[in-house]
Design a protein around this ligand. Structure first.
Ligand code: HBI
Ligand code: FE
Length: 284
């Protein structure tokens, strides 16, 4: 994972936050947000889980303008105690976890260029704000992400960050949840991607497997393409239990266990859909 700031950027403050400088966004940048927002809200009707849609509806987020973090916080903070703070991009793990543990969500304040509309590596304001902030309005998810921040600081000390990072990846970033007899999106990496929000739910290619903590802690993930496997919660309330579990004994069990590759299915999996793997075979 890349850490650091773009060449020429000022030295970061210790917590890496910067002013959002909302007034400095250009018309072109607001237009990029408009393109992304309108496309994605249309795609997520019937695809995002109810909590995501409710959170989005309650926030002062519209197609017209990149959101002003101060206005978002006026809704968010009284509801779940969370705030959005601006950062220049990826920040060091320890700083990231410290923010989360204190209910500050670090959001990239820049927006992707018009020629990166479908893909970029660093989390920008569309991924971080459109993708993550609606779920921070949900009390259960809000508690889970704060617990993840505390767990991250512990996992660094125990040298098991790799295992914990997989939990974040397969829940907060790429999680699906069962709702109304079908699968719905709650992960921000899916919710902020036009192509992946269709792929994750409708393609025959990926596996869809019931979420299991130890299983997920053992599973590598891809950062350069759609996921080969999505893990599905029975209910978002499962995150409540997950926020309370002491992971230390689980780390002891997974520490020595062999890693599973992103596409593997193991004998113990509760498989909802076995993928054809066609998408990734085509690429390889
Ligand atoms: N920084 N801004 C930002 N956003 C992230 O999602 C992020 C980060 N730094 C580290 C990080 N994620 C991950 O490496 C941890 O979740 C493990
Ligand atoms: Fe993210």
């Amino acid at each position: 994972m890349k850490h650091g700031v773009a060449a020429g950027a000022l030295a970061p403050s210790p917590d890496w936050t910067i002013p959002q400088r909302w007034a400095d966004y250009t018309a072109q940048e607001h237009a990029t947000w408009h393109t992304l927002f309108t496309r994605q809200t249309r795609l997520l009707e019937g695809r995002a889980c109810a909590a995501f849609r409710a959170g989005l509806a309650r926030l002062p987020m519209t197609a017209e303008r990149i959101p002003d973090f101060a206005a978002l916080n006026a809704e968010l903070k009284p509801r779940t105690g969370w705030q959005v703070v601006a950062v220049p991009g990826l920040i060091p793990d320890g700083v990231f976890f410290d923010h989360l543990a204190n209910r500050r969500f670090p959001a990239g304040s820049f927006i992707r260029k018009a020629d990166q509309i479908d893909y970029l590596e660093e989390p920008d304001v569309f991924h971080d704000v459109f993708g993550h902030v609606p779920m921070l309005m949900d009390p259960v998810t809000a508690d889970f992400i704060a617990a993840y921040g505390e767990g991250g600081l512990r996992a660094q000390r125990l040298d098991v960050l790799k295992h914990l990072a997989r939990v974040y990846w397969y829940t907060i970033e790429f999680g699906l949840v069962r709702e109304d007899e079908s699968f719905r999106i709650y992960g921000a990496g899916i919710a902020s991607s036009a192509t992946e929000s269709v792929f994750a739910l409708e393609s025959d290619s990926p596996n869809r497997i019931a979420f299991d903590l130890e299983r997920v802690m053992r599973t590598d993930y891809r950062i350069d393409d759609f996921q080969e496997t999505y893990f599905v919660l029975d209910s978002l309330d499962d995150l409540l239990a997950l926020a309370r579990i002491d992971f230390a004994p689980v780390y002891e069990r997974v520490r020595g266990a062999a890693a599973l590759t992103p596409g593997d299915i193991s004998a113990d999996d509760k498989v909802f859909a076995r993928g054809t793997g066609a998408h990734h075979h085509r690429r390889d």
